[in-house]
Design a protein around this ligand. Structure first.
Ligand SMILES: Nc1ncnc2c1ncn2[C@@H]1O[C@H](COP(=O)(O)OP(=O)(O)OC[C@H]2O[C@@H]([n+]3cccc(C(=O)O)c3)[C@H](O)[C@@H]2O)[C@@H](O)[C@H]1O
Ligand SMILES: Nc1ncnc2c1ncn2[C@@H]1O[C@H](COP(=O)(O)OP(=O)(O)OP(=O)(O)O)[C@@H](O)[C@H]1O
Ligand SMILES: [Mg+2]
Length: 275
């Protein structure tokens, strides 16, 4: 973690922190959103990929609260690079919520891609993205058969930094926690009773062995969220944000870079204007 930029203890802006009343309001707002999305779509329920991480765990808890156990279905999709502990955490979530779920090992499918195009197997990012997109295909396969929609687990911090695989974990029908920054995801999860060990574990895409979000992005989520709320979403300039948070301008510039480089991921694929 040595070259990961962090926030000084006193640097957390109040705009990030949610009071108990605000957390209750988010809980109500999100469960209503899930219920209305299912009703408007005219489907029987929702499918969600369970990774044992906090984003899918919180989304699954809120979906079950909104829809009931019978209308939420979990998919636990291990590959060779997922730690056993993550997959058992994912199963624990499904068991705790008492929702139906399948465990499907994706390695044979992923290996078929590597056999088809062996050059790609050693490219860590490209191969990791194949694992992520394989899960998307399975999510939709199961959703089609169950007359269900696919619930995404993307949060606002990931959305603004493009920290997701295009047409992979972003290939979903809605993102119930998409308006929450990562720190708020943890706060709401703790508030509604998600076990502490799941709230506190280090976020990881688990696309390759040992990957963690913060190491790859080069900033902690606390720093990222603070810069997003004050500067990218908020009114403060780069220098005012650096002063407010007592951090170097280079940390702000790293966040700006993540935001700028991922602009294409936040839009539908463009086409030329009609002639
Ligand atoms: N300017 C541009 N305009 C239009 N399209 C553009 C583009 N630049 C790249 N592209 C396209 O986008 C592709 C690159 O995007 P993409 O395939 O997504 O790949 P990329 O952004 O390179 O990698 C995915 C990132 O998301 C992270 N991730 C993925 C999945 C889950 C999680 C998690 O937190 O669980 C995190 C992962 O660790 C990595 O940092 C290029 O191959 C190209 O096709
Ligand atoms: N092994 C897996 N099986 C099923 N779904 C998965 C698996 N790995 C990832 N996913 C899906 O991809 C989503 C994106 O992963 P991401 O790592 O961003 O979220 P998370 O694991 O829920 O939380 P965290 O970011 O804290 O690790 C997950 O929320 C989950 O829906
Ligand atoms: Mg994860």
């Amino acid at each position: 973690m040595s070259d990961v930029k962090t926030l000084p203890d006193e640097g957390l802006p109040i705009e990030i922190h949610l009071s108990d009343d605000e957390l209750d309001a988010h809980r109500e707002h999100i469960t209503t959103f899930i219920e209305e999305t299912i009703d408007d779509a005219g489907v029987d329920g929702a499918v969600i990929g369970l990774s044992g991480g906090i984003d899918s765990t919180l989304t699954a808890y809120l979906a079950t609260e909104a829809l009931g156990t019978d209308r939420v279905y979990g998919l636990v999709l291990p590959s060779t690079v997922n730690p056993d502990e993550s997959m058992s955490d994912a199963e624990r979530v499904a068991e705790t919520l008492d929702i139906g779920y399948d465990v499907i090992e994706i390695s044979p499918i992923v290996d078929a891609f590597f056999t088809a195009y062996p050059t790609g197997e050693d490219d860590q990012m490209a191969a990791g993205n194949v694992r992520v997109r394989t899960r998307a295909v399975l999510n939709y396969f199961v959703a089609n058969t169950r007359n269900a929609i696919v619930l995404g687990t993307g949060n606002r911090s990931e959305g603004l930094t493009g920290y997701f695989t295009k047409y992979g974990d972003q290939a979903v029908d809605c993102n119930p926690i998409g308006n929450l920054y990562k720190r708020q995801v943890r706060q709401l999860a703790r508030h509604i009773g998600v076990p502490d060990d799941l709230v506190e574990k280090a976020p990881s895409a688990e696309m390759w062995t040992g990957q963690t979000d913060e190491t790859e992005m080069g900033v902690t989520y606390d720093l990222l969220d603070a810069v997003l709320v004050l500067h990218i979403d908020g009114p403060l300039s780069k220098h005012a944000t650096a002063t407010t948070l007592a951090i170097e301008v280079s940390a702000i510039e790293r966040v700006e870079e993540l935001y700028r480089q991922s602009e294409h991921k936040r839009h539908m694929p463009p086409a030329p204007e009609p002639l």
